[in-house]
Structures are given as structure tokens and as C-alpha cells.
Ligand binder design. Structure first.
Ligand code: HEM
Ligand SMILES: [Cu+2]
Length: 556
């Protein structure tokens, strides 16, 4: 690999993009073996992508079963025990098999090396191993589902979880193994960002997506072992009656809540930061503007990663906490909201004076903005002890975190799925259908989750399969919304799958972005770039004409 030098003459560009004379990564080898044993970050990304979509559909199926049960006040389709299993499986599948690996595994793996001008991640074999460890964890969790399931909720609160007759221990093993996969991926991203940046690519020239993936990786590294340890202790209690969390043997059930939330609050940022990264890229690319403040967005990711470790107590306001502690945890939680608000204001300011194009990812950004801000504000509300005593364990909390996780992370995942589609597959999806399905997803979402705030505020507790009659009409709205949301997601998937075969050729940079992954061909060749790029600008120089911006990253 030679380093390209700057040439006054601009290279002639193949319609598929520079480097297209080499077969792209999808066509370089086609045997099944070449996929299963690949060390190419792009193929591993596709394997993660396909898997997380399968689990999104499975988790979605569980959700529709739950919502359908709640259509009527008494039993509709499943009994109480099955209902308990169903919401546990829904939570476990969505959190660990979809949400956490989704953006980092699929899009992080694919674009991070491209954005850094690297040929691959630092440890390609560990990357492949992390996929198989993830797949193993999925197998363990699925067998746990078949072998008795789990009915504790995704939070595994003791003492119920250590005595439940269901397959709690085996499920815990699955989540433990899943964490190992997360840690492998995180380590790989951190080392790659430190060591494989192309020449000239200083930290402050990097695309903002990298900062958010970096922040996520740091959280994963510090928080995930705590989850592994706590679930191991629960499994030991459950299988061997050790009594670590059982007061009869001198154990302490509240200790579990501390340990669990010490991981799981940071984990909400494991799910959220990658979404912020996607949003930053989408906003800049579709408003053709640099971020209003690069540093504000980059550093607030690190700020969130840090402060997120000190807020877990807001999940335990009613677990016997002193008012002083509650005040401290509440105030610290609001710091996170400040960092998030910095991001939101910076994104909005980025639109100013831009030439905005309303493609599907940009519409998802709008949904994100509305839903995430709404979810965040309700977060500040539930972080206030006096309010949370009323809302805790009601549908209000369910609505809050779905606004954040579905309204924030899933919309970003969908934005990313459309935004990077041309890069990943070399094709363009149908824009009109993309916009329509996005509207369906939004309307479905609002009908599903907005009524849940009202239900929670009116006192409907979460995790019950029946409810008093006066709650019915809001539940009917919510269930109807869920079906629409499900249909919107299926149509979105169909639109993308159809584009794989019938989509128009995309070209290297269909959105006119300045970020570095758009320099190379779509889809990229196996080695990403023919020669190592030399970076002479930042990822957001929209004041330069496209050809000049291109020439300042001489690479093919
Ligand atoms: C502005 C920032 C946020 C604040 C101040 C905040 C605050 C809170 C509080 C106080 C609770 C506990 C309520 C209760 O149990 O009664 C809660 C629950 C929850 N939040 Fe947030 N939150 C914020 C952002 C997020 C984000 C970004 C996510 C996810 C990506 C998230 C996901 C969750 C989840 C999953 C729960 C419920 C967990 C459970 O009990 O099963 N939150 N939040
Ligand atoms: Cu929290």
C-alpha cells in the first residue's frame, strides 16, 4: 500500500466510485464458508445486521402478543403466567439481542474503519469471534426461552428471581455470554480508534459517529462486567441457594438493585450514544452543514458516558433511600439531561443556514428530535423523587423509556439503515416509500406510547396482564398503535429488501456527504481503499466544493 499524494488533476471517477474496478466485498468471494469465516469487518457487520433484525422481529412479536393481551381488561389471549414470561422475553430480547448490539454491531462495524481510512478493525479475528459469542448467547437465551422461559422481568429483581421456578440461571448465563461479546467489540473499537486512524486524521477531524462509538465502548468496558457479576450471583442463588441476596442467610436484596442499576443505567447510554452518533452524521449530511459546534457534540458524549455512572440510584427512590441520597441522585441524573440538551441544541443549530434535503434519514431525525426530547423531559420528571414515588412501577415509566429507546434509538437505527444503505449495498432505496413508512412508524409509535403516560399517571401499574375497565380505551389506542408500528416496520424492511435487488445504482456519495466513508466505492472493495488515505481536512468541510473536498482526502 502506497500513500497517495495530492495530485492537481482530479482522478477520473468510475460511476460506482473509485476503486470499483476491484470486486466489491459482497462479490469478492461468494461461498458460504467465505462468509462464515470472514475477517472482513463489512461482512461481520452484515452478519450482525441480519441477526439484530431477526431479533427485532422476535422481540416485536412478543410485544404484539403483550399488547394484544391488553386489548381487554381480563384475559384476551394468554394467561397471567404466560404474560409474565412474555414481557421478560420481550425485554431480554430487545435489550441484549437487539438494542445493545444493533448500531455498534451493524453500522459501527461497517463504517468505523471506513471513516478512519483503515483497512479493517485492529483485531479482525476478535471481531469475528465477537459475532460468534453473540450468536452463542442468542442460542443460550433461546434455549432458556424454550426450557421454561423466565418470568422475572428483564431486571431480574431478587428475591423473586432467585426463587422463580423458571430458567433464570440459564438466561443469566446467556446474558453473561452476551456481555463478553459486547466487551470484545468495545475493545476492538477503542484500539482501532487509537491506532488505525489514517495519516492526518486527528481526533478533532474524525466523524462524530466515532466519538459516540468510542464513548459507548468505554461504558461497555466498565459497566458490563458488573452485570456479568451480578447475574452470576443471582444464578448462584437460584441454582444453589447461596443466599447472597437472601436476608435469611444474611444477604441483602437491595444490594442486587444497586448492582443491577450500576450496569443498567449506563447501559441505557450504551443504547443511546450510538444513536446520537448516527443523528450527528445524518444532520450534517442532509443539511450540508458542519456541526454548529463539533466539540460540544463530541465532548458531551464523553460527559454522558462519565456522569451516567453516578445516577443509578434514580431507579431506587422507593427502595428505602434517604432523602439526601435521593436528592443527590436526582441532581446527578439531571446533569445527563444537560449534556443531552447540549447535543439537541447543537443539532438544531446545525440546520441553520443549511441546504436541507428531506430524505428518509432526515425525517427520522425529526421524529428522533421530538420523541427523544419528550422522553428526556419525562426522564427529568421521574428523576425527581417526589414525582417518581407516584409514577414508579407504573406505565408512566414504561412510556418514558420507550420514548427514549424506541423514539430515540430505534428511529436512529432506521435512519442509519437508510443513510448507509447505499454505502453498504451500492443501491438506492425508494425514497417515497421510505418517507411513507417512516410516517407510519411515527404515527404507530405515538399511538402506542403516548397513552401509556396517561395510563401510568392514572395509576395503571406495569407488568400485569389485566386491569380495571376504566383503563381500557387508552389500552385499545396503545394496542392499535402497536399494530401500526409493527406494520410500518415490516414495510420499511420490505422497502430495503426490494432495493437490494431492484434499487438503482448508488454511486460513491449519493447524499453529497463530506464524511470519509463516502470517499470509497459503494459498496467498498474488500480492502476498503486501494491506497491508504491521507486526510487533509475534517469530516465536515461543507464550505468546500465536493471535488475539492475529495481531493483533500487523496485515496481510492
Ligand atoms: C434525561 C436523561 C434521563 C433521565 C433523567 C432518566 C431518568 C429515569 C428514571 C428516574 C427512571 C426510573 C423511574 C422509575 O423506575 O420509577 C428511568 C427509567 C428508565 N429509563 Fe430513563 N432517564 C433518562 C434517559 C434515559 C435513556 C437515554 C434511556 C435509554 C436509552 C432510558 C431508559 C430507561 C429505562 C429502560 C428505564 C426503566 C427501567 C425499568 O425499570 O425497567 N432513560 N429513567
Ligand atoms: Cu437510569
Amino acid at each position: 500500500m502506497s500513500e497517495a499524494t495530492i495530485d492537481a488533476d482530479l482522478p477520473a471517477v468510475d460511476p460506482r466510485g473509485a476503486g470499483a474496478e476491484e470486486p466489491d466485498y459482497l462479490r469478492a468471494e461468494t461461498s458460504v464458508r467465505s462468509w462464515l469465516l470472514t475477517k472482513d469487518h463489512k461482512r461481520i457487520a452484515i452478519m450482525f445486521y441480519a441477526s439484530v433484525i431477526v431479533f427485532l422481529m422476535l422481540g416485536g412479536l412478543f410485544a404484539l402478543i403483550l399488547r394484544t393481551e391488553l386489548l381487554t381488561p381480563e384475559k384476551t389471549i394468554i394467561d397471567a403466567n404466560t404474560y409474565n414470561q412474555m414481557f421478560t422475553l420481550h425485554g431480554v430480547t430487545m435489550v441484549w439481542l437487539f438494542m445493545i448490539p444493533a448500531i455498534p454491531g451493524a453500522f459501527g462495524n461497517f463504517v468505523l474503519p471506513l471513516m478512519l481510512g483503515a483497512k479493517d478493525l485492529a483485531f479482525p479475528r476478535i471481531n469475528l469471534a465477537s459475532y460468534y459469542v453473540y450468536a452463542l448467547s442468542a442460542i443460550i437465551m433461546l434455549t432458556a426461552m424454550l426450557a421454561g422461559g423466565a418470568d422475572t422481568g428483564w431486571t431480574f429483581y431478587v428475591p423473586y428471581s432467585s426463587t422463580s421456578p423458571t430458567a433464570v440461571s440459564w438466561m443469566g448465563v446467556g446474558i453473561f455470554v452476551n456481555g463478553v461479546s459486547s466487551i470484545m467489540t468495545a475493545l476492538n473499537f477503542i484500539v482501532t480508534t487509537h491506532t488505525l486512524r489514517a495519516k492526518g486524521l486527528s481526533w478533532h477531524r474524525m466523524p462524530l459517529f466515532i466519538w459516540s462509538i468510542y464513548g459507548t465502548s468505554v461504558i461497555i468496558l466498565f459497566a458490563t462486567p458488573v452485570l456479568g457479576m451480578s447475574l452470576t450471583l443471582v444464578a448462584l442463588d437460584h441454582s444453589f441457594g447461596l443466599g447472597i441476596f437472601d436476608p435469611r442467610y444474611g444477604g441483602d436484596p437491595v444490594l442486587f438493585q444497586h448492582l443491577f442499576w450500576f450496569y443498567s443505567h449506563p447501559a441505557v447510554y450504551i443504547m443511546m450514544l450510538p444513536a446520537f452518533g448516527v443523528i450527528s452524521e445524518v444532520v450534517c449530511s442532509f443539511s450540508h452543514n458542519p456541526p454548529a459546534s463539533y466539540r460540544a457534540i463530541a465532548y458531551s458524549s464523553l460527559g454522558i458516558a462519565f456522569v451516567g455512572f453516578f445516577t443509578w440510584g434514580h431507579h431506587m427512590f422507593v427502595a428505602g433511600m434517604s432523602e439526601f441520597d435521593a436528592g443527590i441522585f436526582g441532581a446527578l441524573s439531571m446533569f445527563v439531561a444537560i449534556f443531552s440538551a447540549i447535543k439537541v441544541f447543537t443539532w438544531v443549530a446545525t440546520l441553520r443556514g443549511g441546504s436541507i434535503s428531506f430524505a428518509t434519514p432526515m425525517l427520522y431525525f425529526l421524529w428522533f428530535l421530538f420523541l427523544f426530547v419528550f422522553g428526556g423531559m419525562t426522564g427529568v420528571a421521574v428523576a425527581t423523587q417526589s414525582l417518581d414515588v407516584h409514577w414508579h412501577d407504573t406505565y408512566f415509566v414504561v412510556a418514558h423509556f420507550h420514548f427514549i429507546m424506541v423514539g430515540g434509538t430505534l428511529t436512529s437505527f432506521l435512519a442509519a439503515a437508510h443513510y448507509w444503505f447505499p454505502k453498504m449495498f451500492g443501491k438506492l432505496y425508494d425514497e417515497r416509500v421510505g418517507l411513507l413508512t417512516s410516517v407510519a412508524v411515527f404515527i404507530g409509535f405515538v399511538f402506542t406510547f403516548l397513552p401509556q403516560f396517561l395510563l401510568g399517571n392514572a395509576g395503571m401499574p406495569r407488568r400485569y396482564y389485566s386491569y380495571p375497565e376504566q383503563y381500557q380505551w387508552l389500552n385499545v389506542l396503545s394496542t392499535g398503535g402497536a399494530w401500526l408500528l409493527g406494520a410500518g416496520l415490516l414495510l420499511t424492511l420490505a422497502n430495503l429488501v426490494i432495493a437490494l435487488k431492484w434499487g438503482r445504482q448508488a454511486g460513491p456519495n449519493p447524499w453529497g456527504s463530506r464524511s470519509f466513508e463516502w470517499i470509497t466505492a459503494s459498496p467498498p472493495s474488500k480492502h476498503n481503499f486501494e491506497s491508504t488515505p491521507l486526510v487533509e481536512r475534517s469530516a465536515y468541510e461543507y464550505d468546500l466544493p465536493e471535488e475539492v473536498a475529495r481531493a483533500r482526502v487523496p485515496a481510492r
